[in-house]
Design a protein. Structure first.
Length: 306
């Protein structure tokens, strides 16, 4: 580029400096205003949808869901306004007729819309998830191979946090089926095996007494039971006995853990054996039989006359 060409470019810049300064100032002011609107809107939403002690039509989880949704809508609205403001400034700076500019933008929008069908599906699905109250913030769900507590619900995505702390962001359009573990009473199910040599009626009696004790101590989380149903299977080395209970949401795993612990302790006190793998090695004859129950890696061998 020679000096004459550089001089012409400089003159053009100075000729449009007022327009450029106005354009830059408007864009900067719009962005700052958008930031202020989002922060102010978040504060107002937090205050309006703050959980209160008195009874309210919406419980705390519904309030948290509405809060995240309202913030999501606020952000989309502000981004939309900022986008149109920038388009208007560009049209004004280039001297383009705004109607024609918007028409061209509309054609571009149609083209982009064809390629963004998944985005539209995400928003529509998110709307129906909220309308049908399929789940709310704070509930534990499984969907699309992911499980976790719902932390945020937006129009386009749902955000889950699983037991390991992993944060899953799932587009609403991919949510085709939901298993909600936080609605209604849940079932706690425990199956425990006893040896074939044991007295089944005695084992049932011990388990029933243990279940009654647990029901008295966990009355705040157990809605029904626990009930010892009886023998449900005859395994290779054990008789399987099933116990069920109905619990408050998210308490079923705690009750199952406690039932297993107490059944094991009760069986130990009463001398009831819970079977475990055993292997017997015969090395030279009947007099050399050795029981290797519980010895890892031991193999059953036979060396001797048949």
């Amino acid at each position: 580029m020679n000096m004459e060409s550089l001089s012409l470019q400089t003159e053009k810049v100075f000729a449009y400096k007022d327009e450029l300064l106005k354009f830059g100032g408007t864009i900067a002011g719009t962005i700052i205003l958008a930031f202020v609107l989002i922060k102010t809107g978040d504060m107002i939403i937090n205050r309006i949808l703050k959980p209160r002690d008195q009874k309210f039509y919406f419980d705390e989880r519904r309030l948290l869901t509405l809060k995240t949704l309202a913030k999501s809508i606020l952000r989309y609205a502000v981004y939309f306004i900022v986008g149109f403001t920038v388009l208007g400034q560009i049209a004004q700076l280039t001297g383009t007729d705004l109607k024609g500019f918007l028409a061209g933008a509309g054609i571009l929008g149609v083209a982009l819309g064809i390629g963004a069908q998944s985005l539209v599906r995400d928003v529509i699905t998110g709307f129906f998830i909220l309308l049908e109250n399929q789940y709310v913030v704070g509930e534990y769900i499984t969907t699309g191979g992911f499980s976790g507590f719902v932390e945020e619900i937006e129009l386009r995505v749902t955000k889950l946090r699983d037991w390991g702390g992993e944060y899953h962001i799932i587009p609403n359009g991919q949510i085709t089926a939901v298993t909600n573990f936080s609605r209604g009473n849940m079932r706690a199910l425990v199956e425990i095996g006893i040896a074939y040599e044991e007295d089944i009626d005695k084992a049932l009696d011990v388990m029933q007494k243990t279940a009654i004790e647990l029901a008295g101590e966990f009355g705040d989380v157990i809605a029904e039971g626990p009930e010892v149903l009886g023998v449900v299977a005859l395994g290779p080395s054990e008789v399987v006995i099933r116990t069920v209970a109905k619990t408050r949401p998210m308490e079923q795993w705690r009750v199952e853990r406690e039932l297993r612990k107490r059944f094991k302790e009760a069986f130990d006190r009463e001398g009831i054996e819970i079977p475990y793998p055993r292997q017997v090695i015969i090395t030279g004859g009947a007099e050399d039989i050795r029981d290797t129950a519980g010895v890892p890696g031991s193999g059953a061998e036979y060396h001797g006359d048949s």
